[in-house]
Design a protein around this ligand. Structure first.
Ligand code: PLP
Length: 385
């Protein structure tokens, strides 16, 4: 038996209704949405609309067409970063970002965009004031992660959004680790763009992601092509969501994503977050007093998702991950988690950490089991320094 603690990479298992939705689409629908006009095409269009409406309802949005579907959070982030700037514009970001923010920005830097990277504190939490001190007249965008995929620490995006609005700069939230994991009402936040994975907290299949845009006019599309709309015109439609959705969308993915979000909405994000906070408390109670185990990040369930990074002293993260898997069937992720700057901030670069990430289906006894496995490995292999 395996116990899965890698929900920050992709959530698993998925709710049964996700599989049912995907099976229904492939066995009974199958058409291409918005293209052909026959009944199965129309039905496929309904599947996509259903997913869009579910996503809008989850994020407190009255207009489902403010959501664009992408293949993952990375594509959503790239859509904004490559669609917004002209040469000489500035962007402010942080040391805690995932490579899906950092790498496009390094490319854009070479193309004349001024990139400023602001440090988080030693626990990986951002000070909104420090972040805003880096904003100057050139700054067009502030982009930061809602919660770190390394520590699970949650940033105060409400405050950052307000400060960005007051300074007249766009604000993008990377919600890859928080969408579906904690309450996220975009209508109450000063957020211009929000990128999310469909396959993590939203419980959909891989190959799904989304982007919320407050003002679609502010961005050029990343791709242009067939949309099934205005086919007599050579230019990309400028209405939503077609402006940003060229080519056939991942309809079977949308069928699963709609059901994943429906599950999240039925169970409730507050309940899901409370569940994950409880699991964090259980895990911390078991391991925090162990002198051989180092824990990183804020460790305060109040500002935490279900992600926790640890190391066993004198053992490499890869060795710990290997032992957890081979001896206990505990599946974690080891290394840098695509966020090298976060590890430089925490002092865990270049080896990284062992990351545990639980989800809505993780049970308290799974977390206890994992904590005991960890302590056993620490006892057998680690030495107190
Ligand atoms: N941003 C953060 C904070 C993440 O944790 C991840 C994935 O782990 C991403 C972006 C990229 O997400 P995706 O794999 O959906 O592109």
């Amino acid at each position: 038996m395996v116990r899965y603690f890698d929900n920050a990479a992709t959530s698993w298992p998925k709710p049964k209704r996700v599989l049912r939705g995907m099976k229904h689409y492939f066995t009974s629908v199958g058409g291409n949405p918005g293209r052909s006009g026959h009944r199965l095409s129309v039905e496929a269009g309904r599947v996509v609309l259903d997913a869009r409406e579910e996503a809008a309802a989850l994020f407190g949005l009255s207009d489902p067409s403010s959501i664009v579907f992408t293949k993952n959070a990375t594509e959503a982030i790239n859509t904004v970063l490559y669609g917004l700037f002209k040469s000489g514009d500035g962007v402010v970001t942080t040391t805690m970002e995932h490579n899906s923010v950092l790498r496009p920005l390094m490319d854009l830097k070479e193309k004349g965009i001024v990139v400023t990277i602001v440090p988080a504190d030693e626990k990986g939490i951002l000070d909104p004031g420090v972040l805003m001190n880096a904003v100057d007249d050139r700054t067009k965008l502030v982009v930061c992660t809602h919660a770190s995929n390394v520590t699970g620490g949650i940033n105060d995006i409400e405050r950052i959004g307000l400060l960005c609005r007051a300074r007249g700069v766009f604000f993008m939230v990377d919600a890859a680790q928080t969408a579906g994991v904690l309450p996220l009402d975009i209508s109450r936040l000063q957020v211009d763009f929000l990128a999310a994975s469909g396959h993590k907290g939203l419980l959909g299949p891989q190959g799904t992601g989304l982007l919320y845009l407050r003002d679609p006019g502010s961005l050029r599309p990343l791709t242009r092509g067939g949309t099934g709309s205005l086919s007599d015109r050579e230019y990309q439609p400028d209405f939503m969501p077609d402006k940003f959705e060229s080519g056939t969308v991942n309809v079977i993915g949308m069928a699963g994503l709609a059901e994943g979000i429906r599950y999240v909405r039925t169970r409730g994000t507050t309940n899901i977050h409370n569940h994950e906070k409880k699991l964090l408390s259980v895990f911390l109670e078991e391991v925090s007093s162990n002198g051989r185990i180092d824990l990183y990040g804020p460790l305060d369930p109040g500002i935490h998702t279900g992600v926790l990074s640890i190391n066993i002293r004198r053992l490499s993260p890869s060795k710990v991950g290997e032992l957890l898997d081979a001896q206990f069937g505990v599946l974690t992720r080891i290394g840098l988690h695509c966020a090298p700057g976060a590890h430089k901030t925490l002092g865990t670069f270049p080896d990284g950490t062992v990351r545990f990430s639980w989800g809505p289906f993780t049970r308290e006894k799974d977390v206890m089991y994992a904590a005991h496995a960890l302590k056993k490995i620490a006892e057998q292999n680690g030495k107190v320094s």
